[in-house]
Design a protein around this ligand. Structure first.
Ligand SMILES: Cc1cc2nc3c(=O)[nH]c(=O)nc-3n(C[C@H](O)[C@H](O)[C@H](O)COP(=O)(O)OP(=O)(O)OC[C@H]3O[C@@H](n4cnc5c(N)ncnc54)[C@H](O)[C@@H]3O)c2cc1C
Length: 413
């Protein structure tokens, strides 16, 4: 399969856009990525990279680079509210590789973006245009006409085979080119902080992920040893009036009744002044594509991060769409085929993420049922239930792992 001759424009150099650019370039397509920022941004914080996403990254030749900048936690310790010992430990480490053929890792989002960006830079057939002020795309019988205003006042206009919106939760491609709706506030926010490990005073294990349940909130913490930091994400409800009002909250206010949880107390004290406030939005739209214009990643299906799958779905999207944009006779059929392959799975992951939000935030006495189920099913039972998620192969075509010899590859950096 060779994509020589096909040009694909991508809006957004995030996880979805860079993964798609790389996958397409490996098939020999010419790729132009339009990014509004002036550089790859250090935004976000930690990401869990599950085996279903890692398979794609590995097939793109990034196994070593991801491994060098991530941690493979030994497990996930699950603590019910105020528990001093974990109720259960979900075994990761070697158990993941054994079960799914790829590790479960944690890393900083900026490190993953950088790994993808560096890999893209090795391809002469990928152009990443930073500082794009605006873009437009119009689908027609022979593909798509694209215009973009670039930094410095220059502009470009060209014809392409397809235009892919990978421009995130507030996607302009979705709302303005495809007529899809705006992202919707979920009523929940993420409080994110990265702290020196020592600040947590032993509350968080240095080799594993810690999952803490609370009444109406939860937290996920894991070490980022390459940065000598620990990533904390605390999720809580927040009324829209307060979330978007003139005085948005500066730190989480947890309703922990009379007796606080030791874990949450240490975390919130340590992170005072270091929190980043992140309202959570969802995207549910039927407008995934029209003609030669389509969507991937958060632009198509931003979801609650409670199964840690948003970026993983974006990576899978890219792996499924890339070969279709090479092999299908036109972009419209590529997008239709991609949508048929992806929509059900993404919806299932979305439902699971929503369910987790419900289960993680339960209050006493309903916690008793949840905790009993978790203890009873144990680690093996937990992952057996999730085989459909982590065992999925988005890119079964081994050709994706073998760069097409276009003669246009830069020498390795
Ligand atoms: C608290 C939290 C924790 C999470 N944890 C996990 C996790 O553990 N695992 C996981 O898999 N997922 C996780 N996610 C989800 C994950 O971060 C997102 O799903 C993922 O980053 C989406 O990637 P994307 O490329 O679609 O969008 P983005 O990463 O948002 O990238 C969009 C890109 O498009 C660019 N752009 C936007 N508008 C324009 C424009 N008009 N013109 C040009 N460029 C534009 C942006 O600058 C950006 O570079 C988490 C999310 C949150 C909020």
């Amino acid at each position: 399969m060779s994509g020589g001759g096909r040009t694909v424009y991508i809006a957004g150099a995030g996880i979805a856009g860079l993964t798609l650019a790389l996958a397409l370039a490996k098939f020999g397509a010419t790729v132009v990525v339009l990014e509004r920022n002036k550089a790859i941004q250090e935004v976000g914080a930690g990401l869990q990279v599950s085996p279903n996403a890692r398979h794609v990254l590995n097939q793109l030749g990034l196994d070593r680079q991801v491994a060098a900048r991530s941690l493979e936690p030994a497990g996930i310790d699950v603590f019910p509210f105020r528990a001093r010992r974990p109720l259960t430990t979900l075994q990761l480490g070697g158990a993941m590789v054994e079960r799914y053929g790829a590790p479960y890792a944690v890393m900083h989002r900026a490190d993953l973006a950088d790994v993808l960006y560096r890999a893209c830079k090795r391809f002469a057939n990928i152009e990443i245009v930073f500082g794009v002020r605006s873009f437009d795309a119009e689908s027609h019988a022979r593909g798509v006409s694209v215009t973009a205003d670039e930094a410095g006042g220059s502009s470009r206009s060209s014809r392409a085979f397809a235009f892919v919106g990978a421009d995130g939760v507030r996607s302009r491609t979705r709302t303005e080119l495809l007529g899809g709706g705006a992202a919707v506030y979920t009523g929940a926010v993420a409080w994110r902080a990265t702290l020196p490990m020592a600040d947590l005073r032993g509350a968080i294990a240095p080799d594993r992920t810690t999952l803490l349940f609370g009444p109406g909130y939860h937290a996920v913490c894991y070490p980022l040893p390459h940065r000598n930091q620990v990533n904390i994400a605390l999720f809580a409800r927040e009324k829209p009036g307060r979330a978007f009002g003139p005085n948005p909250p500066r730190q989480p206010q947890l309703p922990w009744a009379a007796l606080p949880s030791e874990h949450f107390r240490i975390i919130t004290e340590a992170a005072t002044g270091a929190w980043n406030y992140w309202p959570l939005f969802r995207v549910e739209t039927d407008a995934w594509h029209q003609g030669a214009i389509g969507l991937i990643g958060d632009a198509a299906h931003a979801m609650m991060p409670f199964q840690a799958q948003g970026a993983a779905m974006a990576i899978e999207d890219a792996a499924v769409l890339a070969p279709l944009l090479i092999s299908e006779p036109d972009a419209a059929s590529a997008f239709a085929h991609y949508t048929a392959l992806r929509r059900q799975r993404v919806e299932r992951v979305r439902r699971l993420s929503d369910f987790n939000g419900f289960a993680f935030h339960l209050e006493w006495p309903f916690t008793l049922g949840r905790n009993a189920v978790l203890a009873l099913q144990g680690s093996r039972g937990h992952f057996k239930r999730l085989d459909w998620l982590y065992g999925y192969r988005a890119a079964p075509d081994p050709a994706i792992g073998a760069p097409v010899r276009t003669g246009s590859l830069h020498p390795p950096a």
